[in-house]
Design a binder for this molecule. Structure first.
Ligand SMILES: [Mg+2]
Length: 389
């Protein structure tokens, strides 16, 4: 079998808001075609126009090659060999950042293809299932005022519980550089009040996580705020500090009673190792597309296992990435939950319409997928309707 073509779809919802913090408004979806008619599907969560260019641009010398040109004509079932080829061949331009995100979409599609070729679900190709796949509902409220934001978040938490989720994450993005709809609420007691309102609404049995999206400037500010809601039994606090503040993360992990989680933006296992080897994270959150695909996400998960670190994959795009996270969770011994934005609770039409047959949640868990590859299909009507480039 040989790769014959690679299609990139830049997708965008028509009503997108540039001041929103949700990246579920756009997507880069790739389809890898073969001479046997099989097609693999992948996605990645970064600027979709630039990722498309990263895949399609030609190269001019042997460590500045184009990703697409390295794959055309290759055997798609040699997935890890192709990962090394792409990583080395694009090293001058890629190696980290967007180059790895673009490789991630392709690697995801290659595993999907290999599964379809061998009639096996991805988890089986990746080493076999050792773990239950438990999704947590990832809840980003809408609202332009603190009152609206709180009300919608409480409502969605109750809704997630009603839908059978065992866990939910509260996106409390109301200050700092990544705040939602330009909200800027400086008083951290408001964050604690929202956490308390949600905890009271769902009761003590549901696991709750909190994501504050890089809102605090240093670890002492973060610690002071976290202590305000520590007694509300929070499973982890996500991205409390700027991404590159490795020392701050290490100090916060030591001082905080609540687990500290990060990693959604990290590219390649090397960036995760940098943090894990400093004891700077309690929970690692590889995003399968951004970290470099299932090949690299598995490596991160196994490094985490060897260090006794919890894995909770990040995923904010569509049911393509959620399926990839689910296969990863099945083979990752320390993966406790995967991020899952229920389509019924998403404001994004793309999230709701792109994948008609997403993996089901039954009694709060995702049953081990049985279909070949990732086990999902993509709606051609949605690809056509949302395609802008
Ligand atoms: Mg986040």
């Amino acid at each position: 079998m040989k790769i014959t073509a690679i299609e990139c779809f830049v997708l965008l919802v028509p009503d997108y808001r540039a001041d929103a913090c949700s990246s579920a408004q756009d997507n880069l979806v790739v389809k890898i075609h073969t001479d046997e008619g099989l097609v693999g599907i992948g996605e990645t969560d970064t600027n979709p126009w630039v990722a498309k260019a990263m895949i399609e641009a030609p190269g001019t010398h042997i460590m500045g090659l184009g990703l697409k040109e390295m794959l055309i004509g290759a055997d798609p079932t040699d997935v890890e060999g192709l990962w090394e080829r792409m990583y080395r061949g694009s090293a001058m331009t890629g190696r980290r950042g967007l180059g790895i995100c673009a490789m991630g979409a392709l690697d995801m599609a290659l595993w999907d293809l290999k599964g379809k070729a061998e009639n096996k679900p991805c988890w089986q190709l990746l080493g076999g299932a050792v773990n239950t796949i438990t999704p947590y509902a990832s809840l980003l409220p809408d609202g332009n005022t603190l009152e609206e934001y709180t009300k919608v978040l409480v409502h969605r938490a109750v809704e997630a519980k009603r839908l059978g989720f065992k866990a939910a994450k509260l996106e409390i993005c109301i200050k700092g550089p990544y705040s939602h709809n330009s909200l800027q609420i400086p008083d951290d007691r408001e964050i604690a009040r929202i956490v308390r309102a949600c905890r009271e609404a769902v009761g003590p049995s549901m696991t709750l996580m909190v994501d504050v999206a890089y809102c605090w400037q240093d670890w002492k500010e973060a610690l002071r705020a976290i202590e305000m809601f520590a007694e509300d039994d929070i499973y982890f606090i996500e991205t409390p500090l700027p991404s590159d503040d490795y020392e701050g993360y290490a100090k916060l992990v030591k001082a905080s009673a609540v687990r500290v989680a990060a990693g959604e933006w990290l590219n390649s296992r090397f960036e995760f190792l940098e943090l894990m080897d400093r004891d700077a994270l309690d929970v690692v959150q590889p995003d399968v597309g951004r970290v470099g695909g299932l090949t690299e996400a598995r490596r991160v998960a196994l490094h985490a296992r060897d260090r006794g670190i919890v894995v909770v994959p990040h995923c904010w795009k569509s049911a393509i990435g959620i399926a990839a996270s689910a296969h990863l969770a099945a083979i990752a011994p320390t993966c406790s939950y995967i991020e899952f934005l229920p389509h019924g609770l998403s404001d994004s039409r793309l999230r709701r319409e792109l994948v008609p047959d997403e993996l089901p949640v039954v009694d709060g868990v995702i049953p081990l997928p049985t279909k070949p590859g990732l086990g999902i299909t993509v709606s051609d009507a949605a690809l056509k309707a949302f395609k802008v480039a």
